[in-house]
Design a protein around this ligand. Structure first.
Ligand SMILES: *Cc1c(COP(=O)(O)O)cnc(C)c1O
Length: 375
């Protein structure tokens, strides 16, 4: 590396610090407001954020919780999923999706993905539901790509499945004009710092349009309390704190513009990348508005491309290298999911956060196009 190279800034696959720097004064004011308020957990900022997020979803109930994993677990519990229930989901997700199912004592049932979109293949879900009893399904809108929810809901209806959406990567994504998270009986959101809407620590939320389910989640997130000091049933502590909520309220009004910027950057990648070197998911149809949480390219020579990009000071991510059914905690050796396994071996996420400039995306494109895949 020449001495000049040291001056080229790293481009990161996610950069929560860049989001803060773009709105530093407003975030600092929010932090001070909370510090001075003397109210630090489940207070007015959380209540205001819950109302604002519900409004973004077109009305309903938001319940702020400690993180996305617990949001999913509590949503499933409140939707009636019980120990021993069989819950369909995909294996090319973060293990958190499956941890949430397992925490209940429910059994994950892995469904194959669509090889092109890399999200749950709803035909495979229908096939799985015909072959074995299922009680629930967790579609994961991976990379911000909505699952085919109309088809999925029809299958869920036929087989009586509870639908809880994992929206941790899909804040603001829409299908037929309707936000993801509003299709199932409930949805889980994560506001981990690298997500499209991210706090400065752990945070999450359940969204539901069902008032009774919302009330159950509110109990579950705080010791099972129906009212102060009186528990209705077993609960836990999964509270959201005021600091995270106040910061999320600063970022929330910019979410749509940030997602639009992500879509523009994705279009720039699609126009500039050399399709003989890498593959990527085609532009979605007019009915689909993805959240573009990740821009993912595919190549069987992923490690070679990743190292090549490192030399160009581009940090690419791998979401996720090992499918959940091949991980020690959840291994199902008898199960083979060829599309899932191949995707996990080939995917590479290029930088796409909204603070990146067009010139920076062009730098990534040039670096990818300059790569010579090993034969
Ligand atoms: C981030 C993420 C989660 C977990 O959220 P945490 O806030 O980290 O607990 C769950 N599912 C998916 C798809 C995620 O990306």
């Amino acid at each position: 590396m020449s001495s000049d190279d040291a001056l080229i800034p790293w481009l990161l696959s996610a950069d929560p610090g860049a989001r803060f720097r773009a709105q530093a004064a407003a975030v600092e004011a929010a932090v001070l407001r909370v510090l001075r308020s003397g109210h630090y957990v489940l207070g007015p900022e959380v209540a205001a954020f819950e109302a604002e997020w519900a409004a973004c979803q077109g009305g309903g109930h938001t319940i702020g919780v400690a993180n996305g994993t617990e949001a999913l677990e509590l949503a499933l519990r409140a939707a009636g999923v019980r120990p021993g229930d069989r819950v369909a989901t995909v294996a090319n997700t973060v293990t958190a999706t499956v941890t949430a199912i397992a925490e209940i004592g429910a059994v994950p049932v892995f469904v194959e993905i669509d090889p092109v979109t890399m999200v749950m293949d709803v035909a495979a879900l229908a096939e799985t539901a015909r072959r074995q009893p299922l009680q629930a399904v967790v579609p994961v809108h991976l990379y911000g790509q909505p699952v085919d929810l109309p088809a999925l809901l029809a299958i869920a209806d036929t087989h009586g499945l509870v639908v809880v959406e994992d929206c941790a990567q899909a804040h603001g994504a829409r299908l037929a004009g309707r936000p993801v998270g509003t299709w199932g009986v409930g949805a889980a959101f994560s506001f981990y710092p690298t997500k499209n809407l991210g706090a400065i620590g752990d945070a999450g939320a359940v969204f539901t349009r069902d008032a009774a389910m919302a009330a159950r989640v509110r109990e579950l997130r705080q010791y099972g309390w129906r009212e102060r000091y009186v528990a209705d049933g077993p609960g836990r502590n999964s509270r959201l704190d005021e600091l995270q909520a106040a910061i999320l309220r600063v970022y929330l009004p910019g979410l749509d513009a940030a997602n639009t910027r992500r879509r523009d950057l994705a279009a720039r990648y699609r126009a500039g990348l050399d399709g003989t070197k890498v593959a990527w998911v085609a532009a979605p149809g007019p009915d689909v508005t993805p959240a573009c949480h990740q821009f993912v390219v595919r190549t069987p020579a992923r490690e070679s491309l990743r190292q090549h990009l490192e030399q160009h000071r581009v940090r690419a991510g791998v979401l996720y290298p090992v499918p959940v059914h091949r991980q020690p905690a959840f291994a199902q050796p008898a199960l083979t999911l060829p599309h899932t396994e191949r995707a996990c071996a080939e995917v590479l996420s290029l930088p796409i956060h909204p603070e990146l400039t067009d010139a920076e995306i062009d730098r990534v494109i040039a670096a990818v196009n300059a790569w010579n895949p090993p034969l």
